[in-house]
Design a protein around this ligand. Structure first.
Ligand code: SAM
Ligand code: SF4
Length: 445
């Protein structure tokens, strides 16, 4: 409960799940500093815009948001810009938007309280450092959000340097958080009510570390250790790179019951020529081979992906090869984007930049195919019995929305059920984005 003299904050996160996680850690840190959460931006004493730089549209959004942070009396909150736009644009942000007081990169946000204090003394406080000592050690311990699902960042940064992507520049080199820290954080999340944990990383399947006996393990080892934790029912991980799908991780999909049958494995394009220009370091064939092996280990696994259309030099034939790989893989869901030219990346200065109209047309055709596959996948679930983890309230009285093992949103109405319960259901209907189901029995806690 907020007292009258207590300062308030609002953290708004854009973009990926790792930003959502960082936003939660910043909120917990500000809470530990004595701030209380405010419902909306301009009312708060401090607003943190936790930004995304992956595509131009996402990056530009921060400036319109800054503009809106003005109160009726003309005053404004203290404004901090965090995240990848902060890292990429640095001091330029404060020049373009003078109302910004603090600019802090994704590897330095543990220093936010100090930066805010500097801003309150009238300085423009800018910290784009990527310190060797990890920010995680300096953050307050996790309290757990009393929510049934939680994110846990296990790996950060990227050394892959795909030619279109800003991540290696904004998030820095690939690093894995230590095993013991992750187990401790997972235990705190479970104690705080989490029944499902999603392990996060830009290349989460590149995670490695030494377990409690000093043995070097990969992500599958971490998953197996977490699966032994009482109270944790479900484990997911995202995002993976095709080249880092190790044998052990593939095998875990067939062996670890708590590991959900879902794999987000971006391919980006279906033409080897474009994959090479993207510096993806995998081919169409090697990607399809991984999919085949994952399906052999876990036949009902749902496959998801990311696609970019209109990469420089992409011909109609290249694009059709992307449609071919979509047909060959048969996705349960996917994200698809128009190529966005990002300053400083090698692709930004490549010849053969593609017309907006051509990109729009290709994106539409790709999405039509992906939507068809998603609807077909959802329809194949109808009639199945499965188990849901209930995550939030639905629109109707007594209705709750949970996730299936395959990450589908499922609506169910049953008196006596509550958020955080797990319930066995029979799926009765399927739409493009969600399913309907009826409960089979009372909650099995
Ligand atoms: N590490 C992951 C991988 O290898 O696929 C993805 C991380 S990235 C934050 C998420 C997605 O954004 C990518 O998979 C890609 O599809 C998309 N993306 C990245 N840069 C992009 C760009 N310049 N234009 C359009 N989409 C982009
Ligand atoms: Fe970006 Fe490629 Fe690294 Fe993914 S693997 S974060 S797309 S550079």
């Amino acid at each position: 409960m907020k007292s009258d003299s207590q300062k308030t904050f609002h953290v708004k996160s854009f973009g990926c799940q790792m930003n959502v996680y960082d936003g939660e850690r910043m909120a917990e840190m500000l809470g530990a500093e004595g701030y209380a959460p405010a419902a909306e931006g301009a009312d708060a004493d401090l607003v943190v815009l936790n930004t995304c730089h992956i595509r131009e549209k996402a990056a530009e959004k921060v400036y319109s948001d800054i503009g809106r942070l003005k109160r009726a009396d003309g005053s404004r909150p203290t404004i901090a810009v965090a995240g990848c736009v902060a890292q990429a644009e640095g001091a330029e942000i404060a020049r373009r938007a003078p109302s910004v007081d603090v600019v802090v990169g994704p590897q330095a946000y543990h220093r936010l309280p100090d930066l805010i204090a500097r801003a309150q003394r009238g300085e423009k406080a800018i910290d784009l450092d990527m310190p060797l000592e990890s920010k995680f050690g300096a953050l307050p311990k996790r309290a757990g959000g009393q929510r049934p699902t939680a994110f846990l960042t296990v790996q950060e940064g990227c050394d892959k340097f795909c030619t279109y992507c800003v991540v290696p520049y904004t998030r820095g080199a690939e690093t894995s958080r230590p095993f013991a820290d992750l187990i401790a954080e997972a235990r705190a999340l479970i104690a705080g009510g989490a029944r499902e944990i999603t392990l996060l990383g830009q290349n989460v399947n590149a995670w490695d570390g030494a377990d409690e006996r000093g043995r070097v393990i990969g992500l599958d080892g971490l998953i197996r250790a977490l699966a032994a934790e009482d109270g944790l029912e479900r484990i997911r991980y995202t995002t993976s790179h095709p080249n880092d799908m190790a044998d052990g991780l593939i095998a875990a999909h067939g062996e670890v019951d708590k590991l959900m049958p879902f794999l987000h494995l971006p391919v980006q394009a279906g033409s080897d020529r474009i994959l090479a220009a993207m510096n993806r370091s995998h081919s169409v064939e090697s990607y399809l081979k991984v999919i085949e092996r994952v399906r052999a280990a876990r036949p009902d696994i749902a496959i998801s992906g990311d696609f970019i259309v209109g990469f420089p030099g992409e011909s109609e034939a290249d694009f059709e090869a992307t449609l071919d790989i979509v047909r060959a893989t048969n996705y349960a869901m996917a994200y698809s984007f128009k190529y966005s030219r990002r300053p400083g990346t090698p692709a930004a200065s490549m010849d053969g930049q593609i017309d907006e109209a051509v990109m729009n047309d290709r994106l539409q055709r790709l999405q039509a195919l992906l939507n068809e596959q998603q609807q077909a996948f959802n329809e194949r679930t109808v009639g199945r019995t499965t188990r849901l983890l209930l995550e939030r309230k639905g629109k109707h009285d007594g209705q709750l929305i949970g996730k299936s093992p395959w990450l589908q949103s499922v609506h169910v109405t049953a008196p006596g059920l509550a958020i955080g319960d797990m319930v066995d259901v029979r799926v009765t209907s399927a739409g493009p984005n969600s399913l309907g189901a009826e409960p089979l029995m009372e909650e099995v806690a």
